[in-house]
Design a protein around this ligand. Structure first.
Ligand code: ADP
Ligand code: MG
Length: 614
């Protein structure tokens, strides 16, 4: 049965559920959709505005947005802001900045991810982000007068898999089917129509200065694929610093003693400072009062105050270029994102650095959500599909004999990607094969991180080396890994889905990489020992099988001597001495070679005999 819904807001028939684009920001969040004219449009739920401050008040009732923001001074311990900073994070990631938060963040050794305590309850950043998403969903449903169940959500390009997965989980918790997690710079680029034409090839810089964070991304767009070449930034630099600079200036000008100011006056001054900053975009002077306190500032003074911060962002841009191996001349477009890029000095400095006018035609605080709506539209099949490219931070592979890591998808591989390899059994009649999936850079799986383990069962009994087991890794655009094992002769198949770095912090990823460098030499020699041992074991197995089956071709002395060689090889296997093992293998090879020849001759004459009888 087909259902046809009529969208009462637009009067049009909706064939399918609408898919919205969501910018889940550190300071502000918002939703956008594609209107019936086919254009992206931000959702403005009547009277509530477009931007929803990413603030949650956990009182008797939960409130989100502007209403919650008013509790920042009156009920700071139960008013959660900047939750995006905590998403997919471990306590040790944010420990250094814990004074930044006015609410209580829990260091729970048992849990790798942080929790927040408000009242007597504990919340995860996923729970809290879900509250913001629920509010956005409700606003979209109210404004569009239709259920909204599907969404594309944006994240910073530097978000790791754990942070992406946490964002996805928050969406799910809010009742949204998250069709894709998209990088914010990619969304911004799409909003400007850059990358929509698969023919076009460009390198762009996306400069994003928000409320409390700054990041710059260099992207290469090729064949409709967005590849992040580098990112740089500072997660504690943003518009709030500009407000603080003005506030401190007024405190100094008026010779105020902060310790004498009550909380609400201080908050009023802070809000006035933001107002001044915004006013100084079109005006040259700002002049007002808070209570009896004069609040005046000239644009020139403001610019002097923020210059060091702006220059810091410029340095980040230079570093991003360096990391991408590019120079200013290689950049074809520069896109401005984030409310703070409205400040003229910011635009001016960025344009100066890149030696070109910047894209600022679209509202910088809406551009990401608008681009996300375009991506949603692409996913609903309304536009030609565009791939989004990312890289995997750590190698993915499986355990092979001797506990060795066999890499299937190398680190830094662009995703989505798939790769596979063929394996076989090592024992005659083996009917099960254990497949253990690992992530990491070390040669030994025990030093890496296990992601999953499963058995490929029901392989028909065959001699060792006969089954052909294809193991395929499929890493999708959201970083979800599907591992499939299939025995080609019989068709038996198994598959599992895993989330590669869920719960891994940036530091853990970094540590895993550092360890792999530090131990590279040891690992190589260890790998060589294991490989020699594996070869030796195979040799012992083969020789023993040979004696069992073909003993009748050998003399007693030959059998005895072969046994002696084999036991010497067996003894050497656990010596950890690669050269010794290889030497013993050579000796057996040398000694048994004539047997093989003898057997071959026999087989040939036997076959001829067979022919003759026939
Ligand atoms: P985020 O991406 O971090 O959620 P936004 O992109 O919404 O944040 O940016 C919020 C910041 O933009 C705030 O610091 C706000 O004061 C600042 N902002 C908004 N409008 C202006 C303006 N006209 N001039 C300067 N700063 C602005
Ligand atoms: Mg933003």
């Amino acid at each position: 049965m087909a259902t046809v819904s009529i969208n009462l807001a637009t009067g049009s028939i909706q064939k399918e559920d609408i898919i919205v684009g969501i910018d889940l920001g550190t300071t502000n969040s918002l939703v956008a959709f594609i209107n019936p004219e086919g254009n992206p449009q931000v959702i403005n739920d009547t009277g509530k505005g477009v931007l929803v401050p990413s603030v949650i008040h956990l009182g008797n009732e939960v409130s989100v947005g502007n209403e919650a923001k008013s509790y920042l001074t009156t009920d700071p311990t139960n008013t959660i802001f900047s939750v995006k900073r905590l998403l997919g994070r471990a306590y040790k990631d944010i420990e250094y900045h814990k004074d930044f938060f006015s609410y209580k963040i829990i260091d729970d050794d048992l849990e790798s991810l942080v929790k927040i305590k408000a009242g007597d309850s504990f919340y995860s950043p996923i729970d809290l982000s879900a509250m913001i998403l629920k509010e956005l969903k409700a606003r979209a449903e109210h404004a569009l007068k239709t259920p909204v169940n599907r969404a594309v959500i944006t994240v910073p390009a530097y978000f790791n898999d754990s942070q992406r997965q946490a964002t996805r989980d928050a969406g799910k918790l809010a009742g949204l089917d998250v069709l894709r997690i998209v990088n914010e710079p990619t969304a911004a680029s799409l909003a400007y129509g850059i990358g929509l034409n698969p023919e076009e090839e460009k390198v762009i810089a996306v400069y994003d200065l928000g409320g409390g964070t700054f990041d710059v991304s260099i992207l290469r767009i090729q064949n409709g694929i967005f590849e992040v070449l580098s990112t740089n930034g500072n997660t504690f630099l943003g518009g709030d610093d500009f407000d603080r600079a003005i506030l401190n200036y007024w405190i100094e000008q008026n010779k105020l003693d902060i310790s004498q100011l009550d909380g609400s006056t201080l908050q009023a001054l802070r809000l006035k400072a933001e107002e001044a900053k915004i006013a100084l975009t079109p005006q040259n002077i700002f002049n007002d009062r808070v209570g009896g306190i004069p609040c005046a500032i000239a644009k020139t003074v403001f610019q002097e105050l923020i210059l060091p911060k702006v220059e810091e962002t410029i340095l980040c841009c230079k570093n991003a270029l360096k990391d991408a191996g590019l120079t200013v001349g290689d950049i074809n477009e520069v896109i401005m994102v984030g409310g703070s890029t409205r400040t003229p000095l910011v635009k001016q400095k960025v344009a100066e650095l890149f030696q070109r006018p910047v894209h600022d035609q679209i509202n910088p605080d809406e551009v990401v959500a608008l681009g996300a709506a375009i991506q949603a539209d692409i996913l609903s099949g309304n536009r030609k599909d565009i791939l989004l490219l990312d890289v995997t931070p750590l190698s993915l592979g499986i355990e092979t004999m001797g506990g060795l890591m066999d890499i299937i998808i190398p680190r830094n591989a662009k995703i989505p990607t798939k790769a596979g390899r063929q394996y076989t059994t090592s024992i005659d009649g083996q009917v099960n094969m254990k497949i253990s999936v690992y992530q990491g850079e070390r040669d030994l799986v025990k030093e890496n991180r296990k992601l999953a383990e499963f058995d490929l069962k029901g392989i028909p009994a065959m001699p060792a080396g006969f089954p052909k087991v294809d193991i395929n890794f499929l890493l999708n655009a959201d970083g979800i890994l599907t591992v499939q094992a299939i025995e080609l002769r019989s068709g038996v198949k198994q598959q599992v889905e895993v989330k590669p770095t869920y719960g891994l912090t940036d530091e853990e990823v970094e540590q895993m990489l550092l360890d792999s460098i530090e131990h590279a030499k040891d690992d190589v020699s260890q790998r060589m020992v294991i490989e020699a041992r594996r070869e030796g074991e195979q040799m012992v197995y083969t020789v023993e099988r040979f004696l069992e089956k073909n003993g009748s071709f050998l003399s007693q002395e030959e059998i005895q001597a072969t046994r002696t060689y084999t036991s010497k090889l067996k003894e050497s296997l656990n010596s950890g001495d690669k050269d010794m093992i290889l030497k013993k293998i050579d000796e057996i090879n040398e000694y048994t070679r004539p047997f093989a020849e003898r057997l071959m001759d026999h087989a040939i004459s036997h076959a001829m005999k067979g022919k003759a009888i026939e």
